[in-house]
Each structure stands twice: as structure tokens, then as C-alpha cells.
Design a protein around this ligand. Sequence first.
Ligand code: PMP
Length: 397
Amino acid sequence: MSQHPLFATRASRMKASEIRELLKLLDQPGIISFAGGIPDPALFPADAFAQAFQQALGPELQAQALQYSVSEGYVPLRQWLAQHMREIGVACDIDNILITSGSQQALDYLGKLFLSPGDTALVGWPTYLGALAAFNAYEPRFDRLNGNQGAKEYKATAGEGAVKFAYLSADFANPTGETVDLQGREALLDLAEELDSALIEDGAYQALRYDGDPIPPILSLEQARKGSIEDCRTIYCGSFSKTLSPGLRMGWVVASKPVISQMVLLKQAADLHSATINQMAVHQVAQACFDTHIPKVRNVYRARRDVMLNAMEQHMPDGVDWTRPEGGMFIWVTLPEGMVGSDLLARALDTVKVAFVPGQAFFPDGSGANTIRLSFSNSDEATIREGIRRLGEVLRA
Ligand code: PMP
């Protein structure tokens, strides 16, 4: 469809997400879907939320719960988050925290805050599709931030537009499942210093580690260098979507006060504040059961990851390669050169009713045709075994 002549230039860069279009097809019966990176609804702490909403709507809290509230976010939730951030190595107080409507909103605001048309955003090749979509509206150029290979590999190619930020998930990235090691994180900080750019650390999957020791967030490592969060260029984005519930749209940003103050202005202009009652409910549930709930979530996803990895060992033909993530929801598969992920999807849907996401959409330049993303979070173990067996069958055909 051609663009409406009244639309701004940024509109021409927006296109329907391949994933969203695809998800529409998956309601058909009998399809085994490894496509959506969505949590298993059986793991939502639904009873705790029912109780929390009941309480928020009770006589004591209802006036507050249904009323407008401050743009920064519900104070008790920010206090809980300040403590949570301390537990993962980041010292901050509530003035360093903004509550957002999902971490997706934070990505949009950060694009809006940093990117003028033609500025450069460094991103992974591949990277989270939703980040590309959020930043794209601000008409940047994307340049390549290399993965996990250590300092020398993080090279920004010289470009016209100033590099405003580098964006990445250091833990169990979407789509690759890969984690940046300590040395890689330090190298990223060196690069951001060298470029005098911001660094956006997407911690959406941070809590979902299944084995290995946690690695401090990049923001924590920068604090160790500089002493105070106020001197840090790293901006940490967190989310309750993968741990408690994505439907409530609860995320947060942790950064120096000047960055947070400016983001509060963006929030005021965009939606005033995130839903008061949702913030109250998430606070209540996080306080009551975050620490007991997360190990349960990890146990279920760890087992599913293991089943998927074992099934792949058994059923993938020679020439197919894949990542072995220590957490998160995704395994990233590289098919033999020349094979095309979207063709494979068409065949897999048609012949064996298995769905996944072709990897090409995650590359800013449309490369990566021979890659696919598999999610293990929302299928039970028997379904994963059967789905991978079928996928192996199609790949061999
Ligand atoms: N970052 C990453 C890496 C994600 O995978 C997602 C969700 N798929 C998000 C951010 C956005 O999550 P939310 O807005 O639900 O917090």
C-alpha cells in the first residue's frame, strides 16, 4: 500500500511485523508453535493477582487505585524495584527509576530522547525486532554491534551520523539466546566511552537464568568504575512481562537522574503515567511472591530448554547449527547456507504443522535468510519433542 501523502516521513519506515502477522495464523488447531516468545500462561501468579486487584479495589485503596497518579510511578513499586536492583548489583534510589508501560515503551521513549533523523544506533545483527521497530520511528541509521567475542570485535564502522547509543540484551538475548560474558560487557563499556554514547541495556530476560553464575548487569559494572549511578551512561530497562505477567504492561527504567527526569517529561506527554491499579497490583504480587515464584518459572523453562536441546541433537540433520542458551526463551538456529527460513516455515506449516519465526526479520539489513528462531517457553515437553521431530523431518526432506 502506498503511503498517504499527509503522513510524516517516519510512517514510510513502519511496516507490519512479520511475527505479528504470523501469530494470527497460529490459532488453527493442531499447530505446534515455537513462534511467539510468550510466557506460559499456566505460570502466571493468577491467584495472587486476583487477591491484589481485589484489595486495590477494596474500600481502603479504591480511590487511589482508580485515580490519576504521578508520572514517575507508584512509590512503593519503585521502592521494591530499588531493592530488587540492589540485589542484582545496581545501587540506586527511587529517583533513578521510572515505571513504564512495558519495557517496550521505554525503548520508544529512548528512541525519542536520543535519535534525530540520521543519527546512528548500534544494534546487534540480529537484535530484538521490537527495538528495531521502536527506534525506526525516529529515522536513525542502524550500524552493527558485534556479539559476544570480546573487546576487539566491538567495532563501529565509521558513519556520517553520530552514534547516540548502543542497544543490547546482555542476558539470553531475543532472538539468539546468547549472553554477553563479563569481558564482553566491559568491552561494551569501553566502546561507549570511546564513542561518548549512551548504552541501553535491555534486561527483559535477566531473571530467567537456568544455569551458570549470574553476570552483573552492565550498569552495575559501570557503577563499579565510576562510583555513582549519576555518572553512568548505561540505561537499564527491566520488565515484569517474562516473570509475572505481560498483559499488565509493567516495565521500568533505571538511569541517572537527568535521564529519568527527561523521560518523565516524555511520559507526561505520551500517556501521563502507567495504569495506577496495575502498578499497585504488581507491587503487591512482587512483594508477596516474586522470590518464590521465579524459581518455579525457571524450573519449568529449564526443563523445556533441555528437552528442546536434546531433541535437536537427535533430530537435526548435519549442517544445522544452534545456540545453547543459559536462560531466556529462545534457541537460534542456523540452517545450511542457501536454505531460506521463510521457505522452511511455509513448508513446515503446510506439511507438519510446525511454526517458528524466520530469522531475517531480526536483521536491520534483511540478511540472515538461513536463520530461524525457536521458542521453548510456551509448549509442554511432549509437544516440544514432537515438534522438533517433525521439524527434523521437514529439514531432511
Ligand atoms: N525486550 C525484549 C528483548 C523482548 O523480547 C521484549 C518482549 N518480547 C521486550 C523488550 C518488551 O517487553 P515488554 O514491553 O512486555 O516489557
